[in-house]
Design a protein around this ligand. Structure first.
Ligand code: CA
Length: 604
């Protein structure tokens, strides 16, 4: 994708950027905003002559160096190149904007409980191209957990067979857009301080490389989720040198921290100032807070999502710091995407450790006074319970009851299937703990994750028992995947390179993931569960969808338990036997079922 800028006379108008640089005919929404940047461009007149395309509005900004042009692209407009003529006195400039035919390749598929997401931090997974490691004069240092390590799209591409073979269906990459933040002394490896909304970071590859990676992922039968951030940008975004409008940012005068009071938005006791203290404060000093109440900015951000969906053919979006952005904007944004791509799915980062606020955010919630259009929320509440109750020490009596009690509150949700369920991610202590010598809690937690309601998400390295604690700094949660760098002494992408414990973990998870693809009951099947009683401490539940059913037993106690099948009549029905999928053994469902201490059965 190229912006052709050419001069027709010696005294040409300077135009250094137009966003977006291309668009498509036949979109649901006929309006297109062009954000034009150039010295004193605000003084220029604009003309175009293209069949089916009309100039709707030309808006000056507070800065003389921006113009916001709104076009109407009617259904009769053919693909081609629009010439936009800018004139000011004797000066002139013509810019071409490509109108492409709609994409026909795979993409915009959404994701559902039939999927399992695999979250990768691109800087930390694999370095397939050491030639792109250094950019913006930012050195790489693999010994420094907070520095760039050199991972990239090429590295991910080299290991797509590994990811596919593991059995996940969807790759979620932490943000891939440009983070030119080194001059601010800010770590840029994690990608959450965007400095260009239309360009991937060159240390991962080019925009074309990103499209190719997505194409390869699609050809493996997998999907892609793009991580996006519209609450803020990086402090070295070029806007910060020349803000288009006085109200482009919240607190344009400088850093005022957010209160981080995520409850303010739904708190019936909160005065309006409590909400603005949350949504208008900056997430951190290096991330200026965007004011999406500015119409030009909100349109810019909405179009940016649609551009990436159509351009790169992503299948879903994970939206960072969702509650921190303007609520009306968030609704408009989610709706605009669904209007254009009805099957699409967006998951909002919703860091609440309780069910009620999570349910409040979900599309169609009866608890909220406004429609959020946000299909999926991240179930931090279940994550927290899993980390607490599948504990290393498990001294609690009947530990699985805490997990049962989280799931027993699901009546608050509008849609229990569209909950992203996870044990950890790039912001959390890893679930697996250093020094853990058996996989009892690992197997139980992953079984729950992959068989309860919702859309499971795994974090890269979980399959080989990678560990890292939040208290040691976020860099430690994001260690390099062993074997991802040329010359790594350990190569955990192959069974030969893994320890016996790692292979046991990998093989268990792979078997579970591959089986999960074959049983439709996990894809939205009704969940029926029984409270773990004090006698057996077993959590017993089923997923039922038409003729498909699975029955799961997790023994939370430290001793073998024996369960009477009569108690579970709703689950067992007329079945006299069932196959336990982890061991392959057949269980007689007419007799008492014995399960070892901390054991797991998945019976179908
Ligand atoms: Ca690299």
């Amino acid at each position: 994708m190229v912006v052709w800028i050419f001069s027709l006379s010696v005294s040409a108008i300077e135009i250094s950027r137009i966003e977006p640089a291309c668009w498509w005919v036949g979109m649901q929404n006929p309006e297109l905003q062009l954000m034009v940047y150039g010295k004193d461009i605000g003084r220029a007149s604009v003309q175009l002559d293209y069949p089916g395309v009309h100039l709707k509005e030309i808006n000056k900004a507070d800065s003389p160096n921006y113009l916001f042009i709104y076009l109407e692209i009617t259904s009769t407009a053919p693909p081609g190149t629009i010439a936009l003529t800018f004139k000011e006195g004797k000066k002139k400039q013509v810019i071409s904007l490509e109108l492409k035919p709609r994409a026909t390749s795979i993409g915009a598929q959404g994701f559902s409980p039939a999927d399992v997401l695999y979250l990768i931090m691109p800087d930390r997974f694999a370095n397939g191209d050491p030639s792109n490691d250094v950019w913006d004069n930012e050195p790489i240092d693999r010994n420094d957990p907070f520095a760039r390590h050199g991972g990239d799209f090429a590295g991910i591409n080299q290991h797509l067979d590994y990811i596919n073979d593991l059995g996940v269906t969807t790759v979620w990459l932490n943000p891939v857009l440009e983070n030119k933040m080194h001059q601010a002394g800010y770590q840029s490896y994690h990608g959450y301080a965007t400095t260009d909304f239309y360009r991937v970071d060159p240390r991962f590859g080019s925009n074309d490389d990103y499209c190719r990676l997505i194409d390869h992922i699609h050809h493996q039968g997998m999907k892609v989720v793009m991580d996006m951030i519209y609450n803020h940008c990086g402090s070295l975004h070029r806007w910060m040198n020349d803000l288009p409008c006085k109200d482009w940012l919240n607190h344009p005068e400088g850093f005022v921290p957010s209160s981080h009071n995520l409850y303010s938005i739904m708190d019936i006791h909160a005065p309006p100032s409590e909400i603005t203290a949350m949504t208008d404060g900056w997430f951190v000093e290096a991330m200026p807070d965007l004011n999406q109440r500015n119409r030009h900015l909100s349109t810019y951000l909405i179009q940016n999502s649609i551009w990436w969906i159509e351009y790169a053919r992503i299948d879903g979006i994970r939206h960072d710091t969702h509650p921190y952005a303007d609520r009306d904007f968030l609704s408009r944004w989610c709706k605009a995407i669904l209007d254009e791509y009805p099957g699409f799915n967006i998951v909002g980062e919703s860091w609440y450790l309780n069910t009620a606020p999570l349910a409040w955010w979900q599309a169609g919630s009866k608890w909220s006074d406004k429609q959020s259009y946000l299909k999926t929320v991240m179930d931090f509440n279940l994550m927290n319970a899993c980390n607490q109750y599948f504990s290393v020490e498990s001294k609690a009596n009947n530990p699985l009851r805490g997990i049962f009690e989280v799931l027993a509150q699901d009546f608050l949700y509008e849609d229990v299937n569209n909950l992203l369920v996870f044990l950890d991610n790039h912001d959390l202590s890893r679930f697996f703990k250093q020094g853990e010598t058996n996989l009892d809690r690992y197997k139980q937690a992953l079984t729950l994750l992959l068989t309860t309601r919702g859309i499971p998400q795994l974090y890269y390295g979980t399959e080989i028992g990678m560990y890292g604690e939040k208290k040691d700094g976020d860099g430690n949660l994001r260690k390099d995947f062993p074997g991802g760098w040329p010359g790594d002494p350990v190569h955990a992408f192959t069974s030969e390179g893994r320890t016996a414990l790692q292979n046991e973990a990998f093989d268990f998870l792979r078997r579970l993931l591959q089986w999960r693809k074959t049983n439709p009951a996990v894809d939205g099947g009704k969940l029926i569960h029984y409270m773990p009683d004090w006698e057996t401490e077993c959590y017993v539940y089923a997923r039922i969808k038409e003729n498909n059913r699975i029955w799961v037993i997790l023994n939370g106690s430290n001793k073998e338990q024996s369960l009477s099948p009569e108690k579970y009549v709703e689950v067992i029905g007329d079945n006299t036997s069932g196959r336990e999928i982890l061991s392959g053994k057949t269980l007689n469902l007419k007799e008492r079922i014995t399960i070892p201490a901390k054991g797991v059965y998945i019976i179908e």
